[in-house]
Design a protein around this ligand. Structure first.
Ligand code: M6R
Length: 590
């Protein structure tokens, strides 16, 4: 949930860490901080607020040095205070840490360290780590050995980066939390994800579970704590570019990533046939396929169930990832679990696939992040090729997941070429859907809805998951209460909440027009303000968003105006669409 970064090299680390913090801010933005080793010892600056606000107050660039670490926080243990912000330091003032994850036994460890005379200055679990290391160093172990020994006493999930004031060394460890290494010319970067250092290098080392990286003037070594030996990891060159991780001409990543969908969908049309066929074969062979995911990826997965049923006449089971372990009793070694996750680091999704693996089931993932934990733990993967998704709110990753699931269903039905042609054509239409004119039109609707407190959305068939996803987008960034229902379901209770002027968004398609319009009429009869989204206008609509009929691809087309509407609502209501309150990009805790 938090973002961590470290630098070891021959340049001044402060501006590199500051820029990295800005790039990582989408992972958590309660507070932020930096520690740098200078000629006069280690200097720490940290506070509550967003990176640039803190920088304006404290000046992160005041000190110079070649080794530094930084952190953006999404609070888990301890409130949002300066004391709880990272970096944290050991009692002797030498060992400094940034941490992403949770130390589950921190209370016992804190009690033990207190009994040994250690003092604690925050409520965090993190503070136990540098002090445990200091405890071992006091017993004569060197920095590396002390880190190794300390980790034996600490349970939980973590990605940590540590520096030691006297040692001019940087140590980083990952256990069930993301951490990647960037390899430059005589310099190294350690970060929660690649965009943090993409400007400096595209050469990346993806770490394995319990890899401990040790960097000093002689270079980088990796020690694996499970194998208890040094290991070699390949350096991979990635095809993302630094521009993709910048806002460019846009005010927000949210809008930039909405617009990028034209390109992303066109890229999906070029996915290698062999890859799609191979995964489709696994679905054919499996005796029971389950698709699991969280949040937006769950809506894409749910949508996949409709697609597999309609196009491939195949039943696939869908389950929210956090609930999936409760259904593990059905799994056998012949089952297949497909996990969908933009980040590939979502804790609930990882727990679901681990439950599947423990039953011997095969795991396939659809993920956007190369080298992510999900990808590494899956038997096979499809990379989404959406490019880095920086905005906390998922847009382009969602539509790329929909397009991939569509192609898999097409291949199962023997219609892959036809499916690819339809996707290719759709890419061009999305360009129109994200045009300035469309954005202006939707701004008019946002102006009408800006003071609304409750909003309802309905859709039938493929439009039901679309309604769920549209509601999530609106909630996440505008904080308007938005609830989605299957068209036939609203009248079974929730219709009691409809009053004069309650806005209701109704998704239509040629296939289900008659029934959904009847549902819209039922709402209108109770005074609702009806917003129609679909191919044909109707008298029942007070506002109409025309989106052409695209059959099984309607959902990709119809979600785009909803993403834009959510964006416009956020702006009009004074909310930051890139950093919604309480959210974090990758939810790496259960
Ligand atoms: O990285 P993942 O796709 O696994 O993330 C799953 C959800 O946490 C994510 O989709 C979340 O719901 C977003 N805030 C949606 O905009």
């Amino acid at each position: 949930m938090c973002g961590i970064i470290g630098y070891f090299g021959n340049r001044n680390a402060a501006p590199i860490i500051l820029e990295g913090l800005r790039r990582l801010e989408y992972r958590g933005y309660d507070s932020a901080g930096m520690a740098i080793i200078t000629n006069n010892g280690v200097k720490i600056k940290k506070d509550v607020g967003k990176v640039d606000e803190i920088h304006a107050r404290l000046n992160f660039l005041e000190h110079e040095g070649n080794i530094a670490i930084g952190h953006t926080r999404w609070a888990t243990h301890g409130g949002v205070t300066r004391e709880n912000a990272h970096p944290h330091i050991s009692n002797n003032g030498k060992i400094v840490i940034v941490h992403n994850g949770i130390i589950e036994n921190f209370q016992e460890q804190r009690k033990f360290l207190t009994s040994q005379g250690f003092k604690f200055y925050s409520q965090t679990d993190t503070e136990t780590i540098p002090n445990t290391i200091e405890y071992h160093m006091r017993r004569g172990y060197d920095f590396f050995e002390a880190v190794k020994r300390s980790l034996r006493h600490l349970d939980g999930q973590y990605a940590i980066v540590l520096i030691h004031e006297d040692e001019k060394k940087l140590v980083a460890v990952r256990k069930e939390a993301p951490l990647v290494i960037g390899v430059g010319e005589g310099e190294y970067f350690v970060a929660s994800d690649i965009p943090a250092f993409l400007e400096h290098t595209k050469n990346v080392i993806f770490l394995e579970e319990k890899d401990m990286v040790m960097i000093d003037k002689d270079g980088l070594k990796i020690f694996n704590l499970i194998k208890d030996s040094f290991v070699e990891r390949p350096i991979v060159s990635i095809d993302w570019n630094a521009e993709q991780a910048k806002k460019g001409e846009f005010d927000h990543f949210f809008m930039k990533e909405i617009v990028e969908q034209t390109e992303v969908i066109s890229r999906i049309a070029k996915l290698e046939d062999g890859l799609i066929k191979d995964i489709a074969d696994e679905i054919r062979k499996a005796k029971g396929t389950y698709i699991v995911a969280c949040g937006t990826a769950a809506h894409a997965s749910m949508h996949g169930v409709y697609l597999f049923s309609r196009i491939a006449k195949k039943h696939i089971n869908f389950c929210i990832a956090s609930e999936f372990p409760h259904f593990k009793h059905f799994l056998t070694p012949e089952s297949l679990v497909i996990a969908v996750s933009q980040s590939g680091e979502t804790a609930d999704t990882l727990a679901a696939i681990r439950a599947a693996k423990s039953a011997g089931a095969k795991v396939i993932s659809i993920t956007n992040v190369m080298g992510s934990t999900l990808m590494r733990e899956s038997d096979k993967s499809i990379l989404q090729r959406a490019g880095p998704e920086i905005c906390v709110v998922s847009t382009k990753a969602y539509t790329s997941q929909l397009a991939i699931l569509y192609l898999l269903a097409c291949e199962l039905a023997g219609k892959l070429d036809e499916g690819k042609e339809k996707i290719r054509e759709l890419g061009r239409y999305i360009y129109y859907l994200t045009s300035i004119n469309m954005r202006k039109y939707l701004k008019q609707l946002a102006e009408k809805l800006r003071y609304t407190e409750h909003l309802y959305l309905i859709g039938r068939g493929l439009q039901y998951p679309t309604a769920l996803e549209a509601a999530l987008k609106i909630k996440e960034v505008s904080y308007i209460h938005a609830e989605a229902y299957a068209g036939g379901e609203l009248k079974h209770g929730t219709i009691a909440l409809i009053e004069h002027g309650t806005p209701c968004i109704v998704f239509t398609s040629e296939e289900n027009e008659k029934e959904i319009i009847s549902n819209a009429m039922e709402l209108k009869a109770r005074g609702a303000y009806i917003i129609g989204v679909g191919p044909r206008n109707n008298d029942v609509f007070d506002f109409f968003i025309k989106v052409r009929e695209a059959g099984e691809l309607n959902s990709i087309c119809q979600i785009i105006p909803m993403q834009i509407l959510a964006y416009q609502l956020a702006i009009l209501r004074g909310c930051d669409p890139d950093k919604p309150r309480n959210l974090a990009k990758a939810v790496v805790v259960k």
